[in-house]
Every structure is written in C-alpha cells, then in structure tokens.
Design a protein around this ligand. Sequence first.
Ligand SMILES: Nc1ncnc2c1ncn2[C@@H]1O[C@H](COP(=O)(O)OP(=O)(O)O)[C@@H](O)[C@H]1O
Ligand SMILES: [Mg+2]
Length: 253
Amino acid sequence: MSGQPTPLFEICDLHVVADDAEILKGVDLTILPGEVHALMGPNGSGKSTLASALMGSPEYEITKGSIRFQGDDITDWSPDVRGKAGVFLAFQYPQTIAGVSVINFLRQALSARKGIDMSVLELRLSIMEWMARLDMDPAFADRYLNEGFSGGEKKRNEILQMAILEPQMAILDETDSGLDIDALRVVASGVREVRKDRPELGLLLITHYQRLLDELRPEHVHLLFDGRIVASGGMELAAQVEAEGYEAYRGEA
Ligand SMILES: Nc1ncnc2c1ncn2[C@@H]1O[C@H](COP(=O)(O)OP(=O)(O)O)[C@@H](O)[C@H]1O
Ligand SMILES: [Mg+2]
C-alpha cells in the first residue's frame, strides 16, 4: 500500500447532459479524506449540476467520464445507495414535509443511511448533545421540518443532519437566494464543529461568499466556468476572484 489514502471522490472527465444540453464538459476533481474543497463560479456555470450528478440525480445524464467514491465506481449508483455509502448533499432540502418533525426526519434518514434503528431516546440524547454544540434551541427537534424556518434555522437543520448522519463526504451547495449573516455564521461554525469530531470528513463547499471561505479556509479552491474547471489553487484564487471577478477566465473555458 502506498501512503496516499483512497480518495473520497475521484471524478474523471465528467460530462453531464440535462434536457439535451451539455452542462458539464469534462470535470476532473479528486478529493481526499479530510480535505475541504471550495467550488466557485458564476451563475449557470454548472456548480449545482455537479452536486446533483455526484448525488446521482436522475435528471442529469452522465454521458462520459466516471465518478469513483472510496475506490468504487458509483457512476451508475442510485441516490439512495450513494447516501448509504456516505455521500451527503446539504442545502438542497427546501421542502416542507407536512407533519414530520426534525427528530423524526433524522430518525428515518439515519435508518436509511446506516441501517440501524436508534431508539427515540437514544436519538434524542444524541440530537440534544449536537444541538448544544451547534448553539440550537432544544425545542427545535420537535418542530416540523422546514415549516416556518428562518434562513439560519434551515442551515442549522442541515448542519444537524450532517452531524447526526456522519457522512464520509458532504457537499454543501448554496442556493442562489443566498445566506444572511446569521446563516453564514451557522454554516461556518457548524462545519468547524463537525470537523472537530470527524477530521476525515471530506467537504465540497459550493459558494460565492468570500466571507464563508475566509472562515473555513479551504485548502483547495476551484473555478468552474461553462462546465469546466478552468483554475485550481488555494485561497489566493478566491481572493483573486473577489478582486477581479470571473471575466479573466472567460477565455479558458
Ligand atoms: N434540469 C435541467 N434541465 C435543463 N437545464 C438545466 C437543468 N439544470 C441546470 N440546467 C442548466 O445548466 C446550466 C448550469 O446550471 P447550474 O448547475 O444550476 O449552475 P450553477 O449552480 O453554477 O448556477 C444552466 O444554464 C442551467 O439553466
Ligand atoms: Mg447553483
């Protein structure tokens, strides 16, 4: 065995089509355990498409290339199986599920993810512990999922899911509607708190917030432009984009 750990994600020459249009045009990306990668890029460049393709969303057809997860070729795996294997996509559950509380949702999700049925009491204890760490009101567990949640509460709920479900790899895709200051703080401190417990967690952070990047300091920053990664680097790349915008990369795509 070499010293290099098995990558969480190994994405090779990924081409993705939706509605007859090619959206991703050959994406290569490798994420090792414990690494934090930020993916930036203008609206419409394909960031959310990449997140959906990594989760196996049937809306997106992979026409070329492959996705490996922890050494397995998962290109044809269903979203359920990917979830069980430990891939987690957050910031994508805007739906309100009538009559399902936060705790019940977590119980079902945990059962689907790990095949274990925790007792309600056990789960409640574990949730209470995490809610204290994430600075959440204990009453939150019994609220109905996403019903009347503020932006910050939605983020808290998603970070709580990530903490409880213990994925190997989490993809956090910010919606275009954006995050308010409270939500940004929740995400930054929540991610830090979860990583304290699970330093091997891999993270793909899709964001255009310099502030979030400043707080989380990803080691790897990539720019997606017109379905291709046109530049990769460290935080200096994020700073450059912040200062100059994406125009300089237009010619690279
Ligand atoms: N399901 C879909 N069907 C058709 N076109 C899509 C679909 N999803 C995304 N697109 C198109 O693909 C491009 C990239 O979208 P998206 O991945 O959401 O970009 P980003 O998240 O970077 O803003 C856009 O032009 C968008 O209109
Ligand atoms: Mg998007």
